[in-house]
Design a protein around this ligand. Structure first.
Ligand code: ADP
Length: 310
């Protein structure tokens, strides 16, 4: 619900993946041949598309999610979790043959995670163009990633760009993509590994992130944000590069930190905030996310972000 009717809710369309996460807490990741006892197992809604949609919704946007689940209990659980956040799931397709996507996530005592994803129904996504276009007509921002078929992601970006939406791309998991996509992107959000892979150089420091961001802008994307984990993020646009540090927090689980960041950035951009305002808000939201376990349950609301230290 819109808490302030004088400020219209931004509308965001997310095209992406949905997974049921099997989250195992372990003292450390097992080495080859090692068997160890984990501390707990939980089934938690996740997937980059779902997480980013939930982040957008909790930051106050009206969100439509275009994705694909299997005809099974996990799929229904994911759908109802999204609906609890007020997300429009009418463009969520059901594949009758493939299972709902699943991610096995090992969370070490350090808070670091290791993830194996079985795409399942996510790999079968084939959206109806008229249904997507109807949603894009009222939207300011289109958000997508690379956990659903690249041809669908590309078509979604073309339609969104054509409809006048700002396209926010998180090319994760990284895979080579058509050069024709670059000029369609308003804001590219990449972590240091993705930035390094795209720019063909190592990215570990804010200076290297700024250099990689500038190299990526030269390919045709207007704005780039490189996230650097505990070191925050670097925002790069025509005015240059600015480093936004992250607050020091006690890390419990970094799952969904990047998705929380991205959703918060998308809502800020949909509300015409600057790239720096968006990055700063994203960092505050992600800092809260990493102090909590799990994917979607760890994503903060706008009120929580605004109450956190600036
Ligand atoms: P991804 O999860 O996509 O790999 P990052 O690890 O770069 O992305 O994290 C995304 C954002 O989450 C960072 O830019 C930062 O704002 C926040 N973040 C991640 N790890 C931490 C941490 N240890 N402390 C504070 N903030 C963090």
């Amino acid at each position: 619900m819109n808490p302030d009717p004088s400020h219209p809710m931004p509308h965001i369309v997310v095209l992406g993946s949905l997974n049921m996460d099997l989250v195992l807490r372990v003292p450390h990741a097992p080495a080859a041949g090692e068997t160890l006892h984990g501390q707990s197992i939980h089934r938690i809604p996740g997937g980059k598309g779902g997480n980013q949609a939930v982040s957008c919704a909790r930051q106050g946007a009206q969100v439509s999610l275009v994705g694909c689940i299997g005809a099974d209990a996990d799929g229904e659980a994911l759908r109802s979790a999204l609906q609890e956040d007020g997300i429009d799931t009418d463009a969520l397709y059901t594949d009758l043959a493939a299972p709902t996507g699943t991610a096995v996530i090992l969370v070490e005592d350090s808070g670091q995670n290791r993830i194996v994803v079985i795409a399942g129904a996510n790999a079968k996504l084939q959206f109806d163009e008229a249904a997507l276009q109807a949603r894009l007509a009222g939207a300011q921002v289109f958000v997508t990633q690379f956990e659903t078929p690249l041809a669908q992601v590309q078509r979604g970006m073309e339609l969104a760009h054509g409809a006048g939406c700002k396209v926010v791309l998180n090319p994760s998991p990284m895979q080579p993509f058509d050069a024709a996509l670059w000029p369609l992107i308003d804001t590219l959000v990449v972590n240091e590994v993705e930035a390094g892979a795209l720019a063909g150089r190592s990215v570990a420091t804010p200076i290297e992130a700024a250099e990689a961001g500038a190299a990526l802008r030269a390919r045709g994307v207007a704005r780039v944000i490189v996230t650097l984990g505990a070191a925050g993020a670097v925002a790069v646009d025509a005015d240059g590069a600015r480093h936004h540090p992250a607050p020091q927090v006690k890390v419990v689980d970094t799952t969904a930190a990047g998705d929380t960041f991205l959703g918060t950035v998308a809502v800020a951009l949909a509300s015409n905030q600057t790239l720096d305002e968006a990055a700063a808000l994203g960092i505050r939201a992600a800092a809260l996310c990493v102090t909590r376990p799990g994917a979607q349950p760890s994503i903060p609301t706008r009120a929580e972000v605004l109450q956190s230290p600036p």
